[in-house]
Design a protein around this ligand. Structure first.
Ligand code: HEC
Length: 291
């Protein structure tokens, strides 16, 4: 917290209550505790079912994992059908491809210890809960995906978000002053964004430490959606305006969040940076993906 914040908190008791009271940022991407019990034994993959003609990891997902996620996702599997990241689909034929589009955010590197898909089922994320058997089943699928990826098979497709991480350029980011403008943006009655999101609480990072923000959002797919996300079909990257609109307009479940206007100088800087990044992409000037 910088000097400005100390001053702010000294004079505005509402802001102090905002951070010390019940409205506390969590430690990850959305509500709920981080960390997952990765100690369970991972059973050998046995696809079975009626999908024996497709790759084992895909069969494991379709037969075993998809029903678990569907029932954990309330109400009636409707969550994340359009809500970013939109990884749930009613069409079983496209279910595997749909979740794969979001692999960076849901299961980076197929690692169960950091997988939001697993962590968010521990009970702290809008009531989504997995049983211990569910966790073992999801881990078995991720283990198979990892084997396939190592063998050069599935999971090797570079997502639009991964590609974008290499197209983002630090000099452009600094020149547009994106980080500080968001850090200093005010959420009504609760202080500036960085008062609570300095370290990336709830998957949104806002800090005057411009380089740190750049490094975090370009290397951590859970933090990239602070500012950018993929379109529903996964083909391109857009500014994550929908998420900011929801929070700034205090739509459910963000009723207790301080209101803010999405548009303004911070959004303009973000838009300029976005345009510069698209230009780099079109000109073939991207670095390799950073995650
Ligand atoms: C007083 C602390 C505080 C301040 C100041 C604050 N936030 Fe938050 N923010 C939170 C908390 C707590 C959550 C999680 C609860 C929620 O989503 O409403 C959150 C969640 C978010 C999320 C993620 C919502 C999701 O999808 O789960 C975004 C995006 C966000 N804030 C943006 C901002 C922006 C932009 C500002 C500045 C204009 C800001 N916040 C200022 C406390 C704060």
């Amino acid at each position: 917290m910088n000097v400005k914040y100390l001053a702010l908190f000294g004079t505005l008791s509402l802001a102090a209550v905002g951070c010390a009271g019940e409205f506390q940022p969590g430690d990850g991407n959305g509500p709920g505790p981080a960390g997952v019990d990765a100690g369970a034994d991972i059973p050998t993959a046995d696809a079975g079912g009626d999908s024996s003609d497709i790759g084992t990891a895909q069969a494991l997902f379709e037969n075993n994992v998809r029903p678990i996620i569907g029932s954990a996702c309330n109400p009636g599997g409707a969550c994340h059908a359009s809500q970013d990241p939109a990884f749930i689909t009613a069409d079983p034929n496209s279910a595997y491809d749909t979740i794969g589009i979001h692999k960076d955010r849901l299961y980076t590197g197929f690692d169960p210890a950091t997988s939001r898909l697993l962590i968010n089922g521990e009970g702290g994320h809008y009531g989504a809960v997995y049983t211990p058997d569910d966790v073992i089943t999801i881990e078995a699928w991720l283990a198979q995906e990892k084997l396939d990826a190592e063998a050069g098979g599935g999971g090797q497709v570079i997502s639009a978000l991964q590609e974008w991480s290499g197209c983002m350029n630090l000099d452009d980011w600094e020149a547009q002053n994106v980080a500080s403008l968001w850090a200093d943006k005010d959420a009504q009655n609760q202080g500036d964004c960085d008062a609570c999101h300095n370290l990336g609480a709830d998957g949104f990072m806002a800090s005057n430490d411009s380089v740190r923000v750049f490094e975090n959002i370009t290397t951590n797919p859970s933090l990239m959606p602070s500012y950018f996300t993929q379109t529903i079909d996964g083909t391109s990257v857009v500014i994550n305006r929908a998420r900011l609109e929801k929070v700034g307009n205090q739509l459910s479940p963000h009723e207790a969040h301080g209101a803010f206007q999405v548009d303004g100088n911070a959004m303009e800087a973000l838009q300029n940076f976005y345009d510069l990044t698209v230009s780099r992409k079109l000109a073939g000037q991207c670095q390799p993906p950073r995650f």
